[in-house]
Ligand binder design. Structure first.
Ligand code: UDP
Length: 237
């Protein structure tokens, strides 16, 4: 009995189950596109501005527009106050987020411009880079940026020796946990982000990525529903 208890997840979820999710689009009126995505206690907001002319001019690409991304967590988003302002972690997550979204957007028609994405985490219980990518992808679509597909992201991992979907902080913090944030474009299953922190065998990694795909497909449906919902609201106004 004690053994069974040990392998249970802290919130009682099955190994292949995500946390409860919520998505909303068009929430920041002055942004060109915006969205909120919540996964359990992790909440991400994303705002998109552009395409707009990029200054200084030497940073412009005369062949296509560029993406720029800024990720940050609010000081009160975690139990132990996060120091405000830029951090190495913020710089890394901003970069991997930009790279995870890049393959989905087509800025060929927007030479010399920039599309800015701002992601802010208001509440964090692990998986914030994934929630940020999911929210930003909806915000890009809301801003009308030409896209190949939406990007959906979730973390998978090895917890207590078993492959599990959408880890919470308590699971991430356990000794020996392997955390694997993944982002996927669901239409062709193209992986745009795969990070790995910890140890895992090749067979387990394949199993974990398959589980991430399943989770991302579920998130994809929620993202599409949230985008449609915005237009339903406009029609009813
Ligand atoms: N975290 C924290 N303080 C920090 C940074 C992170 O408490 O300054 C927590 C937060 O809950 C975050 C988790 O640690 O979600 C895991 O952070 P990680 O760097 O692995 O990125 P994430 O899983 O959020 O993408």
């Amino acid at each position: 009995m004690a053994q069974a208890k040990k392998t249970e997840r802290p919130d009682g979820r099955k190994l292949n189950e995500t946390r409860e999710m919520e998505a909303k689009v068009g929430i920041i009126k002055r942004a060109d596109g915006s969205a909120m995505f919540r996964m359990g206690k992790t909440i991400a907001y994303a705002a998109v501005y552009g395409p707009r002319e990029l200054f200084p001019g030497f940073m412009q690409n005369p062949e296509k527009g560029i993406l720029r991304c800024n990720y940050d967590m609010m000081s009160f988003s975690v139990t132990e106050r996060k120091r405000p302002g830029p951090s190495r972690r913020g710089v890394e997550i901003s970069l991997v987020t930009k790279n995870a979204l890049g393959p989905a957007v087509n800025l060929d028609q927007f030479a010399n411009t920039v599309v800015d994405i701002f992601i802010i985490i208001t509440q964090a219980d692990a998986g914030t880079r994934c929630a940020g990518i999911t929210a930003a992808s909806m915000a890009l679509a809301d801003a009308g940026i030409p896209m190949k597909d939406l990007v959906s992201a979730v973390s998978v991992g090895k917890v207590n020796g078993r492959i599990a979907l959408d880890l919470v902080k308590e699971e991430e913090d356990l000794d020996g946990t392997t955390d694997i944030p993944c982002a996927i474009m669901s239409r062709n299953n193209e992986i745009t982000l795969l990070q790995l922190d910890g140890d895992i065998s090749e067979a387990e990694l394949i199993e974990a990525v398959e589980l991430a795909k399943e989770g991302c497909h579920k998130i994809y449906e929620i993202q599409k529903e949230a985008l449609k919902e915005k237009y339903k609201e406009i029609k009813n106004e």
